[in-house]
Design a protein around this ligand. Sequence first.
Ligand code: SF4
Ligand code: SF4
Length: 298
Amino acid sequence: MKYFKLILEHGDCSLSEIEVFSQIYSQAGTDIFDISPDIKALKATKRGIKKAGLNPCDFKYCISFGTNSLNSMPKATINQSKCKRCYKCISRCSQNAIFIDKNGYPKVSEDKCIGCKTCKKSCIDFLDKEVDIKQVAKDFEGEKLDIVEFHISGYNKKTIIQKWEQLLENFSCQKSIAVERNKFGDEKLLKLVKKLDKMNPQKTIIEAYDTSPNPCDTPAGTLQAIAHAQIYEKLGLPVFISGETNSFTKDFADKFDVKYSRISMNTYARKIIEKALSASDYELAVRIAKKLVEKIKT
Ligand code: SF4
Ligand code: SF4
């Protein structure tokens, strides 16, 4: 069986966007929702699924941790010592994430800010937030959690091992590893994946993850992820094709006979329904999403 996983990072998306995308993609047949390790993101996803008239228990949930941070875009924070209260940042923000607080200073709503940096100026900081793995495990206690993903974007072996150990210790569900291939040579990559899998008592899922500097819906936009998946074939572990996947991913994976169990979609899946959503054509958005999900799962 092939799965469709939708990536909704609370950092790329606001909570209200997560809710809308979950509503549409749950109706379209998505199997797994991949969100930030943020309980608010999980609740927004479930709200969306319920709005679609579906049962949140019928879906799988994955949360992703990064090597260095929350694995999402750092959010804006107003530096009050530099703020001259010109309020220009408010009009620059397309997400309406900046409001005026009771003291007359602009303030950023963490739930609405997507870290796009359009408001970037010396008076606004973008601070990376370190995640407290233990606290996240506590926040998610009692929630249905199926996969914990470890997103590795840098090579500090000690940190990688330490964080992996913490994830194994704090979460009992299945684990996946997404290594950014461009940060490693293929040999180093395989060595690292083998080591981390050996530490995991369960079978680790591998995310063949790649980012493109110019994400686009062309064969070139997905070939990196497919080539990445091929590297793992000999390990005999389940592979998700991830990162900059698009409408060509499945066709090319089949063409090159790449073995995979899931395709994860990020920017592309959200982009293709944006036009329908801006025209408030919900039914059209569901139809577009359904076409993509069906294509991936057949
Ligand atoms: S944070 Fe900067 S842009 Fe925003 S009101 Fe203050 S001075 Fe103006
Ligand atoms: S413009 Fe600034 S406050 Fe608004 S979403 Fe982008 S980063 Fe956040």
